[in-house]
Write a protein that binds this ligand. Structure first.
Ligand SMILES: Nc1ncnc2c1ncn2[C@@H]1O[C@H](COP(=O)(O)OP(=O)(O)OP(=O)(O)O)[C@@H](O)[C@H]1O
Length: 257
């Protein structure tokens, strides 16, 4: 099966510093994958490189089809008087504004997407008036309207309460079940652990990837960080803790699936 995404040995330098080094992994259609790393570990840089916004100094990215992208922040002024429904429709034509006479097919497609993300009840509200979770739904519909094979989301759960985050994860699981590969960045893997079947863990500019239980392990993470890391299981949770030689005392708490 052709992968939805193939990242082969990419390195990226920004401002003279190597932010990513020899990062490689592949996503099959329908994969649900977390891109996990601390702040500044290079998650956004990796997503931008996959999108072609940032050129790698080595390696290459191969896509199996169109890519949908949900950025960390809404690219529109939140006060802009645009309805959720119209924003979803903009996904069909990039960022061109104004469709005075939308075609029947165009309207039907927008309705289909609004219902797929459960956004019909607030589709006529201004986007700036919506809650964080509602805005995420609208952004996801916007990104999906052109039937991408790969959906990239930059910290979609940041700023959401637990319930809204769980609802967004359930929605993204449904998207993956339709055969779209979903890659979600998060500094906290905790909310994603039960849902994701794959993980790409970034530290030190490098990545470890695979099934979650194969990656979130003492040996694997110690090799990645370059110093001893303990992965400790307590009450169905995992603590990822830098050992006594850890330079930065990086700490991460996460529940296992
Ligand atoms: N244009 C740039 N020039 C120089 N350094 C940059 C540039 N953009 C990002 N960086 C650096 O690259 C590193 C990775 O940044 P990136 O935004 O990819 O991390 P991140 O994992 O997405 O972090 P966060 O969770 O904080 O958004 C950071 O140390 C950042 O300071």
């Amino acid at each position: 099966m052709t992968p939805a995404l193939n990242v082969e040995g990419i390195s990226v330098a920004l401002g003279g510093r190597e932010v990513l080094r020899d990062v490689g992994f592949s996503l099959a259609p329908g994969a649900f994958c977390g891109l996990i790393g601390a702040n500044g570990s290079g998650k956004t840089t990796l997503l931008r490189t996959i999108l072609g916004f940032t050129a790698p100094s080595a390696g290459r990215v191969t896509l199996g089809g169109a890519v949908g992208y949900v950025p960390q922040k809404l690219q529109l002024d939140p006060d802009m008087p645009i309805r959720a429904r119209d924003f979803v429709e903009l996904g069909l034509n990039g960022h061109r504004f104004g469709f005075p006479f939308p075609s029947r097919a165009r309207r039907a497609r927008v309705e289909e997407l609004l219902s797929a993300v459960d956004a019909k009840t607030f589709a006529d509200q201004r986007i700036g008036e919506l809650s964080g979770g509602q805005q995420q739904r609208v952004l996801i519909a916007h990104a999906l309207i052109r039937e991408p094979k790969l959906l990239l989301l930059d910290e979609p759960l940041a700023n959401l309460d637990l319930r809204a985050a769980a609802e967004i994860i359930a929605l993204l699981k449904r998207v993956a079940a339709q055969g779209v590969a979903v890659l979600i960045s998060a500094h906290d893997m905790n909310p994603l652990l039960r849902a994701m079947d794959r993980i790409v863990y970034l530290a030190n500019g490098r990545a470890a990837s695979g099934k979650t239980q194969d990656v979130v392990r003492t040996e694997v993470l110690s090799a990645l960080y370059g110093y001893h890391i303990d992965v400790i299981r307590v009450h169905e949770r995992i603590l990822v803790v830098a050992g006594e030689h850890g330079a930065h005392g990086h700490e991460h708490v996460a529940a296992i699936p």
